[in-house]
Design a protein around this ligand. Sequence first.
Ligand SMILES: [Mg+2]
Length: 333
Amino acid sequence: MENLKMKRVLVVIAIIVMTTSVVFAAPVITDSVNVVLQGKEADFGDKGVYLEDGHIYVPFRQFFESIGYDVDWDAASNTAVAKDPLRISSYVDREQKVDAALWQLSAEARACFIQAFNLATLRFDQALEKYPDATNLAVIADIDDTLVDGVMYTADVLQDGEWTNDAFGRSLASEACKPLPGAVEFMNYVVDNGGHVFYITNRVSSLREVTFETMEKMGFPMVDEDHIFIREDGMASSKESRRNIVEKDYEVVMILGDNLEDFADLFPPSEGVQARRDAVDEVYDMWGDKFIILPNAVYGDWEKAVYNYDRSKTLEERMQDKKAIFDYYKYTR
Ligand SMILES: [Mg+2]
């Protein structure tokens, strides 16, 4: 701690501007410099501000504490750390998912999941009435955030955890990985009543083993190569070709997913938010009937649609696109 007090660290203005409005009084010829934060002159006590070789120096701890940051000193690595206590993640784009991830853990979300599988069970009963020979009936389901809760991975990523397929695989293999409420029961209900279930997922081939092991462990039925279609190397993210394989031999009475692209290639994120909303309306009667959708506010093609699926856009450009969406919909526009 003493080391920190002795140090004066150059504050990079770009970092500060991200979180607060900082105005430095014009450093012209004096070594006595005033600093104005949010309209008020900052008082750093005897740890003054000074100008040297064209740089303005302020005391690290006093400066960041004055704008509400927690400051820590790691003596082992000689590192001063400032962190905004109002943020969970160090990354802007991850931080924006915090409330969405909390919503996925809410009782309201849980009720939505249960509601979806209750409705799916009702629809399968109706299919059995329509097609008494169930041996040709099939249900297709996505896996992640449709049957299996991904919150254990999200919770880690939001706290600056590793965001890779390897880390995702480790999260799937962990005890924290659980099925969504009603998912195992529904998929077994279909099979117990003579139907078939197919899993069409965009998990990559390196996750094949953990997928089979964990789906079986959680109690899902028909966990085998004939019924689980992962995204093989070189395969497009579209699930259309894999759906076609199932539809060739079975009467698909229901598709479950958390992303519109789980259902059909009718909702391209490259065409933007409103186009996808319109496309949903074009198949209005299918929602809650053949198409059962589960809520996922954390990620999905809905987010890519905001920036028209243009992967070349910078974070700043994506932020501008997000603002443009709100500008388009706000009542005072
Ligand atoms: Mg999914």
